[in-house]
Design a protein around this ligand. Sequence first.
Ligand SMILES: [Zn+2]
Length: 155
Amino acid sequence: MKYLINGLEIIINNKVLEKMTKFFGLCKQCETGGILLGKFSGKKKIIEVDEIYEIKANNSTCVAYKRNVDIAQKIIDRRWKETKGLLNYVGEWHTHPKMTALPSQTDILTLTEIILKTESILPGTIMIIVGKNDELTITVGSRESIQSFLFTNMK
Ligand SMILES: [Zn+2]
């Protein structure tokens, strides 16, 4: 799938969305999530999402998903080496089993923090959220702006 969000062309491999829907279905009680890896070009204003990884949360409560940073970094480093620098971190994903897929205030804060760390490398940072009633949002953020697209009936 291809989208134009926040001035960037976002290409998402169908397998990524299929896996995300699967993770959502396996974890109906608590939020789960992880990282997205892919390729990007700041010049062409393109981000391509190729791989998705689920990273179990540190806390076992269901309040909000907070991923294990060390595990995430290990996966990013490993894939970067294995693909000779082709695959990089491009963003985050998580689920909202009982809520709309729209980003919460906490999600926007989290994304803002990540943008500050990644803006020197990435043309934009992606956050994908799968929510109840087959909703999905793709949010693309940069220092200037954050823009979300809501998709319904994702099946
Ligand atoms: Zn959220």
